[in-house]
Design a protein around this ligand. Structure first.
Ligand code: SF4
Ligand code: SF4
Length: 135
C-alpha cells in the first residue's frame, strides 16, 4: 500500500474530464480530496491524497502524467510572517488559491492557511522573505 499527497493543476482543457473518477474506477485508487477549486474557464487545482497498491498507484500516476496533469508532491506548510511582511501585495497576484490576499479599502495583506495549496509560488516573489515553507 502506497499513500502520498499531491497538488494537481489542470489546464482548462482538462477541467471537465472525469479524472478523479478514472483514478478510482480504472486504477482502484482511494482518493481523498483535501482542497479543490475547479473553474471551467481557468486552470483548476486539487490537493488530494492518493493511496492504493503500488502497481495501481504507479499506473495511476502515469495516467495523470500522460494526460498532462501538472503534479507536485505536497510537503511542509507555508508560514507567513506578518511582522516581516512589507504589505507590498506582490504575492497576492501570484497566489492561485487566494490564500494570500489583500483587503479593500485598507489594502492590507492577509494569509488564510486553510486555502493554501503549498504551491510555493509566493516564495520567489517575496523579496522580504516573509513567506517560508516549513517541514
Ligand atoms: S510579497 Fe512578501 S512582503 Fe509583499 S505582501 Fe507578500 S508576503 Fe508581504
Ligand atoms: S504557497 Fe503561497 S502562492 Fe501557493 S497557495 Fe500557498 S500562499 Fe498561495
Amino acid at each position: 500500500m502506497v499513500a502520498n499527497k499531491f497538488v494537481l493543476r489542470f489546464s482548462s482543457a482538462l477541467v471537465e474530464q472525469p479524472i478523479i473518477y478514472r483514478l478510482v474506477r480504472d486504477y482502484d485508487l482511494i482518493v481523498n480530496i483535501l482542497k479543490a477549486d475547479i473553474n471551467p474557464h481557468k486552470e483548476g487545482y486539487v490537493v488530494l491524497e492518493l493511496s492504493g497498491d503500488s502497481e495501481n498507484y504507479n499506473r495511476g500516476l502515469e495516467y495523470l502524467k500522460g494526460i498532462g496533469v501538472d503534479m507536485s508532491p505536497l510537503s511542509g506548510t507555508i508560514f507567513w510572517d506578518k511582522d516581516r511582511c512589507l504589505q507590498c501585495g506582490a504575492c497576492t497576484s501570484f497566489c492561485p488559491a487566494g490564500a494570500l490576499y489583500m483587503t479593500t479599502p485598507d489594502r492590507e495583506v492577509h494569509f488564510d492557511d486553510s486555502k493554501c495549496i503549498i504551491c510555493e509560488s509566493c516564495l520567489d516573489v517575496c523579496m522580504a522573505r516573509a513567506v517560508e515553507v516549513r517541514f
